[in-house]
Each structure stands twice: as C-alpha cells, then as structure tokens.
Design a protein around this ligand. Structure first.
Ligand code: GLA
Length: 379
C-alpha cells in the first residue's frame, strides 16, 4: 500500500470518515553547495520522492490532535497554550508557534501522519515534517501559501523551538522543490531557479548506515569559524569574499580558519559553476564539480567520516559514475552520486558490494526522482 493509502486508511479508521485534506512535503538531497547556506551563499538541492504525509480535517476548539503512525503515538496541543517538551510532537508544535509568532491566526485540526524520509540520515526528515505541518495549517486556516516565507517560518521553528541551528536550505527546498529539477537557491535573496537534471543522468542516494552524535556541536563550531573568517575580511558573511580577495590575505589566517573559509568560498564558486553546467546540460562538468566539493569537505571543512570517504571513492570507480560526494551536514549519513541512467541499476549493486567489502557495513542505495515541494494532494 502506498503511503498515501496508508495515511488515508489510518485516518478513516481513527476518525470514522475520510480526511478532508491530504498534504505532503518532501525530504531533500543536496547536489552541491554544502555548508554554504548559513554563509548566505548558494546551494543546489533537489526535493526527493520521500515525504511526510498528513491526512486531516479541521477542528473548531483551537486544538491540534495528531497521530504519528511511525511512532505509534498521538499528541494533542492547545494553540493558545504551547509548551516546550521533547519528542516528535515538538515539530508540529514548533511550526504552530512560529506561524502564530509571525501573525498567522490558526485553526486547529486533527489528523494522522506517516513519513518515509529516513530519520537521522541527513535527508531532512525534520524539514519535511515542518513544511507538511505548515501546509496543513495553511489549508485549514485559509492563509495563502508563500513558499519562501513558509520556509523561513519553519527554519525559525527549528532554530528557536527545537533548538537546532540549521540554515535555510532544507526548508527552502522542501517548500520550492520541482519535479525533475534541482533548484539553485541564493540563500541571501531566497531566489530559487529550477534547473533540469542533465538528460540521461540519475541521482543516486547512498546511505552509509553511519550516524554520528554531536553533529550539532561540530556544526555550530563550523558556523562560528565561518563567522570569524567573515569578520577578518570585514564582511557580514563569507558569501561576500571572492577567491582572489581570499588568496591575497589567506596567509594571515590560522590554518583552520583558512581552510574553513577556503571551503566556503570555493564551494560557492563551484555551485554557481554547477548551475552553469546544468544550463548547458554538461553532466561531466557537473560530476567533476561534485567530486571537488567532496574533496574540499573532506580536507578543508573536515565534515566527512571514513565511511563517507569510502563510499565516495568506491562510487567514483564504478562505470557510469560522473561524480560523487557527501551530502547534508556530514559526519555520517548519506552521499549522493550523479550516474548515467543506463548504468544506474548496476551502479547501485556494485557500490553496495564495494562498500560492504570496504567497511563491513550494508548501505542502502537507491535511485531517487526529483519531486515537487510541499503540496496538497487531495482536498
Ligand atoms: C544541514 C543544515 C543545512 C545546511 C547543511 C550543510 O543539513 O540543516 O541548513 O547547513 O547541513 O550544507
């Protein structure tokens, strides 16, 4: 049974009628532009064909009741009295808080949710949850859907309520994704330009099956190092430093700060170059830039782990692979490869075996389809 059918069946059994509304919002994989979003730079993710689904109907008493099929648990909260707690229910609550904080009057609702974005894998299950909840509120409360604004509100929810200091990439792509396209996002202006994937290529997600704790502290440390480097150059964000400006004064920076800044500045340039390559349908150039991105994340930004390096190296040796890199925050989780479509199935089989040989771990690898951002499926 599809997730859509499952969520509708659960709703119908639980509430004794079909849902009025079904919404969904996708997770994401980032093709290139890593650790650039919080430097107000460029990213180029795609929304994937894995989603958080919510089937729902409005309520008149100002409360939200939500059953999570994944956790086999329900939660209820009063929109006029939101209190911080721990657990999955903080995601819907945080979005309710942030929407009200931004001045949206909210109507309550009841529903059921299911998600097939793997948790903790770096594919943005949280952003997909947040955007699905925002979409649910937009539908029942009747306010217009402004995708970048909803992304910002969801980011605020995650930063301020959940307490994770993420950038804007994940929420933006979950809001503005487009089927068959990656989206170049300018994280300063929030301009989003959908770009078709080069013809004859497929995007493969490679989950190393490694998860690392303490990602948050390592992530915050990188953010701080970037801020220090920006301050050194007298600019607000590293987005404002060009490579030649950096090169002229790089010798004055400490080794670590120099390498962190070099990653961000070169990654921004690579992402812009990757968008140009996509416009020309140049899959070879795009793949090369993805390879360079990984090497920079490994050597300069130091956010890969051994398993990510192994899966990327093994991928690059398989026929049909145009480029491979880690994706997301790093330290574990997933890599992404751009592969010639005729070789995609054989690629998945070969990398799975090669990675198992190299690490003893079993990855999960699959060809993904770029999908649309948060949407109403039935109403
Ligand atoms: C995580 C964050 C994003 C972004 C990436 C790294 O996914 O949520 O905002 O910073 O890491 O590119």
């Amino acid at each position: 049974m599809s997730l859509q059918d499952q969520v509708i069946a659960d709703f119908t059994q639980r509430f004794g009628a079909s849902p009025d509304i079904v919404v969904r919002a996708p997770g994401r994989v980032n093709l290139i532009g890593e650790h650039t979003d919080y430097n107000e730079g460029f990213v180029m993710p795609l929304a994937i064909d894995r989603h958080t689904w919510i089937a729902l109907r409005p309520r008149t008493d100002g409360t939200v009741f939500l059953h999570s099929m994944d956790h086999d648990e329900s939660c209820t909260f009063d929109l006029e009295q939101l209190n911080k707690d721990k657990g999955w229910q903080e995601y819907p609550k945080s979005v309710a808080w942030a929407l009200q904080d931004a001045g949206y009057p909210l109507t309550g609702w009841e529903g059921t949710t299911i998600c097939d974005v793997p948790l903790g894998a770096g594919l943005s299950s949280s952003a997909s949850y947040e955007l699905a909840v925002a979409k649910a509120f937009a539908e029942v409360s009747g306010f217009p859907w402004d995708a970048p604004k909803m992304a910002l509100i969801s980011q605020l929810a995650e930063n301020q309520w959940v307490g994770v200091n993420c950038g804007i990439m994940d929420q933006m792509i979950s809001a503005v994704g487009q089927a068959d396209h990656a989206v170049l996002i300018d994280c300063r202006s929030l301009d989003a330009t959908p770009l078709p994937l080069p013809s004859g290529t497929s995007v493969v997600i490679l989950d190393t099956a490694t998860r690392r704790g303490l990602v948050d502290s390592a992530y915050n440390e990188r953010r701080q190092q970037c801020e220090e480097a920006a301050a050194f150059f007298g600019v607000k964000m590293l987005r404002d430093v060009a490579m030649d400006q950096f090169a002229a004064r790089a010798g004055e920076l400490s080794d670590v700060t120099r390498r962190r800044a070099r990653h961000v500045i070169s990654e921004n340039a690579r992402t812009v170059a990757a968008a140009a390559a996509m416009k020309q349908g140049d899959a070879v150039a795009l793949g090369r830039l993805m390879n360079e991105s990984h090497d920079s994340l490994r050597d300069d930004f130091e956010v890969t782990n051994e398993e990510l390096n192994v899966i990327v190296e093994r991928s690059r040796n398989v026929e049909g692979c145009l480029g491979a890199r880690m994706t997301g925050a790093g330290f574990g989780g997933c890599a992404v490869a751009l592969v010639q479509t005729d070789h995609a199935d054989a690629f998945v089989t070969a990398v799975t075996a090669a990675y198992h040989d190299g690490t003893g771990l079993r990855p999960s690898a699959y060809v993904c389809q770029a999908s649309d951002g948060a949407s109403v499926v039935t109403r």
